[in-house]
Design a protein around this ligand. Structure first.
Ligand SMILES: Cc1cc2nc3c(=O)[nH]c(=O)nc-3n(C[C@H](O)[C@H](O)[C@H](O)COP(=O)(O)OP(=O)(O)OC[C@H]3O[C@@H](n4cnc5c(N)ncnc54)[C@H](O)[C@@H]3O)c2cc1C
Length: 399
């Protein structure tokens, strides 16, 4: 395992957005680490994501924002809510004008692969170990032990479980956790820009809401594609996986009768992925012995605030700063990290959960009240606590 002179040997299980962000921030603080990723290559399946200013600032801090921006698309309009049947705009944020002024960075939309590529560029190649599937995580007292499919056993000084929503490390740290079916599934698809209607190519994070469904789209990949994410009743689909797929016909069925421009966009989509949203309560704790959790392993959330990846990146920044603040006491560092991160991520988990009902109201008085509220709201400022967060300020304020 990698160790900087006198530094702890840090193992990160999972080379997704959270694991690579953690490795990059650790490196920035002078720590070596080893990332163990089960996949044979670092890839992200076809899907986009929004990177809000709280995450964009951290990419800049890592020195990878320019690389990221090479392919990411800068949003000019955010959370543009539209009514399902006719596209009437209920509310919209002017990101071009306000985002930098308020939060020091723009909001971007990107293909996940481009985010992963940017993060990976900040991690030394020799510390990323591909094709390494962990099959068991045990504890010998306070010592976490990783057992890999190839028979190797690793006993790190610190274990960071960044192994996603089905985390093995989480099982070993907190025991079995319960996941309820939410009754909602997410379809994810890319539409080649030359087939997409013009309105979908605008630099806008557009969100159509209607009964039991909503659909978000924005351009990604240097504007070569439009990414769409659609939420619909899950039916019998309960597979929570980045690789499960559906058909364009199934997606069209869900949005039959919606604004024809939206139907045109869906019709042009490549094969959609389908991800059933499972519902998990915030954890009461996420450290055990010399192990901690990060990203979706610690706080899986519904994607309705587009903050899951951003929170994983923030986790990595805070964890590295805590370890730097307690060089001789990693357990104290992990404790401080958990104390700082759990309330914020739990609040986001709960807020995202709340949106699952509000965004899917049937037409009627409650929906009309919601639409009126949206038309008067100013989410960019109202959600300042999300976008202005600075890990360095958070850690130094907790000293
Ligand atoms: C439909 C949808 C839309 C979303 N949109 C947004 C958005 O717009 N903005 C945003 O910020 N977030 C968004 N998110 C959330 C975001 O995708 C996640 O929060 C983020 O991917 C979490 O990163 P992670 O590294 O914690 O987990 P993952 O990305 O799941 O990575 C975990 C890694 O661990 C590896 N791994 C797992 N088990 C093992 C093992 N046993 N051994 C070795 N390796 C292992 C996996 O192969 C994987 O590479 C969205 C999520 C969904 C479902």
């Amino acid at each position: 395992m990698t160790r900087t002179e006198d530094g702890p040997r840090i193992a990160i299980l999972g080379g997704g957005i959270g694991g690579l962000a953690a490795a990059a921030f650790l490196r920035e603080q002078g720590f070596g680490s080893d990332v163990y990723e089960q996949a044979a290559a670092l890839t992200e399946v076809g899907a986009g994501l929004v990177i809000a200013p709280n995450a964009a600032r951290l990419l800049r801090r890592l020195g990878v924002l320019d690389r990221f921006v090479g392919r990411a698309v800068r949003m000019e309009t955010g959370w543009e809510f539209r009514r399902w049947e006719n596209g009437a705009v209920l509310s919209a944020e002017n990101l071009a004008e306000a985002c930098v002024r308020l939060y020091g960075e723009h909001t971007y939309a990107a293909h996940r692969a481009d985010l992963l590529d940017a993060l990976r560029s900040a991690v030394p190649a020799h510390s990323v170990h591909l094709g390494r599937r962990c099959v068991a995580v045990d504890f010998e007292g306070d010592q976490a032990v990783l057992r890999f499919e190839d028979g190797e056993t690793v006993r790190p000084d610190i274990l960071i479980g960044a192994d996603g929503v089905h985390s093995r490390v989480r099982g070993a740290v907190v025991g079995p956790t319960h996941a309820r079916e939410s009754g909602i599934c997410a379809f994810r698809a890319l539409v080649p820009a030359d087939k997409a209607p013009d309105f979908a190519k605008r630099r806008a994070q557009t969100l159509w809401i209607g009964p039991e469904h909503h659909l978000v789209h924005y351009p990604v990949s240097g504007e070569e594609y439009v990414n769409l994410v659609a939420f619909a009743p899950a039916g019998a689909n309960s597979v929570e996986s980045w690789t499960a797929t559906a058909t364009v016909e199934a997606l069209l069925d869900e949005f039959a009768g919606w604004d024809p421009r939206l139907v045109e966009l869906i019709t042009a989509a490549d094969t959609p992925g389908r991800w059933a949203l499972l519902d998990r309560e915030p954890l009461g704790h996420w450290n055990r012995g010399n192990a901690t959790l990060l990203g979706d392993a610690a706080h899986p959330m519904f994607p309705f605030f587009a903050q899951g990846a951003a929170q994983a990146i923030e986790d990595g920044a805070v964890l590295a700063l805590c370890l730097a603040a307690h060089p001789d006491n990693p357990i104290a560092a992990l404790g401080r990290y958990e104390d700082l991160r759990r309330p914020r991520t739990a609040r986001l988990q709960e807020m995202s959960h709340g949106r699952s009902r509000i965004n899917h109201l049937p037409d009627g008085p409650e929906q009309q009240a919601r639409d009126l509220e949206y038309s008067q709201a100013d989410p960019l400022r109202a959600n300042g606590w999300i976008y202005e967060y600075d890990p360095e300020v958070a850690v130094s304020a907790s000293a």
